[in-house]
Write a protein that binds this ligand. Structure first.
Ligand code: 21W
Length: 231
């Protein structure tokens, strides 16, 4: 029996309200109720010393857009004990310049006890704040407005790796990408619909034959839909 772990995620953002729905619904909500996952959202503005709670400023040397200032980031990371120490949380900065997120990275991060996600906004952060960043992650090559949705994506992907969050561990192991290929096709009742039949083998009760069929189907559909995964 594996030791029960809790994954702790702190999220540092200018827009804490964006997280309310997604973090408290469905599997993520349940995982938190069960104590398997702890998500705490921190308002970066709380760490501003400016009377207007300003955390952004113009870019030195000119250019359009604003930057998240190094001072409030430093103050926040200090408060969250991310600057030093043996058990310091892993600081993940969500940014378009980061390593592109894969299931391998999710698996690696899921092994950490405590994570802090820094959500970029505007043109990003003052480069000096990179001093305290352990991992810079992007969720893909397209442009978003900030790191908040990527932080939710990463939280969601991580949560289902925590033992007990997904009821059947088999469904985590079989999943698309977990084994570097796509999942096989699935069917449910009725066994026949508009003349379309469920493959006979799946109704046969022959578990060995079913397993073999699924393996082949996964292989075939990976080649067809995502040939890049088979290289
Ligand atoms: C988008 C910030 C573009 C900065 C050249 C010079 C976090 C993200 C983000 C954002 C720029 C992620 C420019 C996938 C994403 C994120 C906001 C650069 C334009 N180009 N993963 N200036 N896609 N996006 N500014 O956008 O913060 S993870």
């Amino acid at each position: 029996m594996p030791r029960q772990t809790t994954l702790e995620i702190g999220i540092l953002t200018l827009f804490p309200e964006m997280f309310e729905g997604p973090m408290n619904s469905s599997l993520l909500g349940k995982a938190q109720q069960k104590g398997l996952l702890k998500v705490k959202v921190h308002d970066l503005r709380k760490y501003s010393r400016d009377k207007h709670r300003k955390v952004d400023d113009k870019i030195f040397g000119g250019g359009s857009g604003m930057l998240l200032q190094v001072e409030p980031i430093h103050r926040a990371l200090k408060a969250l004990k991310c600057l030093k120490g043996k058990n310091k949380p892993t600081v993940v900065y969500l940014s378009p310049q980061g390593r592109r997120l894969t299931q391998d990275i999710v698996r690696e991060l899921a092994g950490k006890k405590k994570l802090i996600f820094l959500c970029g906004h505007y043109e990003g952060i003052d480069e000096r704040a990179m001093t305290w960043v352990d991992e810079e992650i992007s969720i893909g090559d397209y442009v978003l407005t900030g790191g908040e949705i990527p932080a939710m994506v990463l939280t969601d992907a991580l949560a289902r790796m925590v033992p007990g969050v997904v009821k059947e561990w088999g469904s985590v192991e079989n999943d698309s990408f977990y084994n570097g290929r796509l999942d096989c096709s699935h069917y449910s009742r009725p066994a026949q619909f508009l003349g379309m039949k469920v493959p006979d083998v799946l109704l046969s009760g022959n578990h060995k034959a079913i397993e073999e069929w699924r393996k082949q189907d996964a292989e075939a559909r990976t080649l067809k839909k995502r040939p890049d995964l088979t290289i």
